[in-house]
Design a protein around this ligand. Structure first.
Ligand code: AMP
Length: 527
């Protein structure tokens, strides 16, 4: 290795200061099981066949040792990663770039559908790691626009997916274009025959690694999962509808804990975070608040939650899917203690489905798919809560001071109306009656027949036009195409909708959420 020999430990694994600094910045606290097994073997130079899916930390398992070994002073391609899709190529490139950040290593994703000229220019400029889909890589090989003569490590990522997509011959052609004395690493969720054959033919005495193959028993807990691309919004919906007094939410990284904690606090949840960077005093303070019921939600990493003894947790929520089945069992074992039945909820992004299935298989339990609560569900839940509180107030009986008000009003109004109006006042607060119709007429819409609406979030919340269209369409039951001009500013957004649905949109979005943010929608004032 040419770089500094100074090293520190990631778990038990010695790493250079620069790589360790990068993964610390990424918020990793300790190696995941697949990393603990794989990194030392890859570092020793041997070939590896790894059975691991997305969500196990497999990218960093090969990425960390590769980034350690590369020579940043050479502009030759030293590592080549093959992935089945452009999405994965981008993700892997991003993760590797983060790991190699302090060694100034350049990574380049290369896939079809992207202008080839730009890729050729970038390749000419020189990068140390290329991550690409097989078709486009072959294209570059046949054009002579990529030089693979210095590749020392070749990675086949999600090999079974590449097989399913018909890339097997392309892969073989690429394998033949890379120096035979290279190191080869193969990762795959499953090991069908053709993948095994590939390994036998093109790899040298590979070491096999896998995440836990043994079966593990899971305590009796109701287990659900939600699949969504917007986990924060999904989590907020779940938290608003579940009856939860004590919730532990697990995140993969320290950074994740900090971000989620702030997001939840900003939305009014009583949440606080726990991770390895906190001092003992800070940790004790958070734990005391949680034990004393001054906190509903504890957000934690696995490391931080280890060894905590917390009673009566009603919900364990995996905001990030655990990296291995043991960790899943360990996390959810914190709910439902002492004869109480707890609930375990796992959020997955679509691509993490396989990891979920593996956990289900190895733990021999069923994790039931659930639909995220709709706005109607949330409203229903608010009504239920309100009813419950009313009953408590009536049972406490300490309200006769208000009898006079009701008595006075009953001369002119019906009792049912008085009670309902009182609840509206309680839930929605008091507003001067304005002429609602008038508010909808002069809103400064550019097109006639449209009403311009003001939404109190914007670019700062990373709102995109498609977020507005999707949410409005779903919540107000519209066809997305009727929505007109959308102008997104830093802190707010203007949206034009047809006049005949404007009131419905405002009503549907009242106190609703968009991308997890509580929002307010009202007719805009004329320009
Ligand atoms: P992968 O299985 O490679 O797709 O990784 C899934 C996610 O886990 C990515 O967001 C990684 O950044 C993250 N990750 C990988 N290794 C670790 C680790 N040791 N600790 C925490 N997060 C990790």
């Amino acid at each position: 290795m040419k770089h500094s020999t100074e090293s520190s430990l990631f778990g038990d694994i010695p790493l250079s200061k620069k790589i360790l600094a990068a993964i610390t910045e990424m918020g990793f606290e300790e190696p995941s099981p697949i990393q603990a097994q794989t990194i030392p073997i890859v570092a020793s130079g041997r070939d590896v066949v790894g059975q691991a899916q997305t969500g196990t930390g497999k990218t960093a398992a090969f990425g960390i040792p590769i980034m350690e070994k590369l020579n940043p002073d050479s502009r030759q391609i030293q590592a080549l990663v093959l992935t089945p899709t452009r999405e994965l190529a981008n993700q892997v490139a991003e993760e590797l770039a983060k790991i190699g950040k302090f060694r100034r290593i350049k990574t380049l994703p290369v896939y079809g559908g992207q202008a080839i000229d730009r890729q050729i220019r970038a390749l000419k400029f020189g990068v140390q790691v290329v991550i690409g889909t097989p078709g486009r890589l072959l294209d570059h090989i046949s054009r002579g626009t990529i030089r693979l003569g210095h590749v020392q490590t070749l990675v086949l990522d999600e090999a079974d997916e590449m097989l399913d997509m018909g890339f097997i011959e392309d892969i073989e052609d690429i394998l033949k274009s890379v120096p035979p004395e290279r190191q080869t690493l193969l990762f795959s969720a499953t090991m069908p025959g053709p993948i095994k054959a590939l390994a036998t033919r093109y790899m040298r005495d590979p070491v096999e690694v896998s995440v836990s193959r043994e079966n593990i028993t899971v305590p009796l807990i109701d287990q659900f999962y939600y699949e969504t691309r917007d986990k924060l919004d999904g989590l907020c919906r779940v938290l608003e509808t579940e009856t939860n007094d004590r919730v532990i939410i697990f995140c993969r990284t320290k950074k994740g804990v900090d971000e989620l904690t702030s997001s939840l606090q900003a939305r009014g949840f009583m949440a606080d975070g726990l991770h390895g960077d906190l001092t003992q005093a800070q940790r004790d303070r958070v734990m005391k608040k949680f034990r004393d019921n001054q906190l509903e939600i504890l957000v934690a990493t696995d490391v931080a939650a280890r060894g905590l003894d917390i009673e009566h947790v009603t919900h364990v929520i995996n905001y990030d899917i655990p990296q291995d089945p043991e960790s899943y069992v360990h996390r959810i074992g914190r709910t439902g203690r002492a004869g109480r039945k707890g609930i375990a909820i796992t959020f997955i992004e679509p691509r993490e489905f396989r990891q979920l299935k593996l956990i289900e298989k190895l733990t021999k339990t069923r994790i039931v798919r659930n639909q995220l609560p709709s706005s109607a569900d949330i409203l229903e839940k608010q009504r239920e809560t309100l009813k419950g509180r009313l009953v408590t107030v009536m049972e406490q009986g300490d309200y006769t001071a208000y009898h006079d008000v009701v008595n006075d009003l009953s001369a002119d109004y019906d009792g049912l109306d008085i009670a309902a109006a009182a609840l509206k006042l309680l839930l929605e607060g008091f507003r001067e009656k304005t002429d609602d119709k008038a508010a909808f007429t002069a809103t400064g819409a550019k097109k006639t027949g449209m009403v311009r609406l003001f939404v109190n979030i914007g670019r700062a919340q990373k709102i995109r036009p498609e977020d507005i269209v999707r949410t409005f369409a779903e919540e107000a039951d519209l066809i997305g195409s009727v929505i007109g001009a959308i102008d997104i500013y830093d802190k707010f957004t203007f949206v034009e909708v047809p006049a005949d649905v404007a009131e419905r949109v405002v009503a549907a979005m009242h106190k609703n959420t968009l991308k997890g943010y509580k929002i307010n929608v009202e007719p805009a004032r004329a320009r």
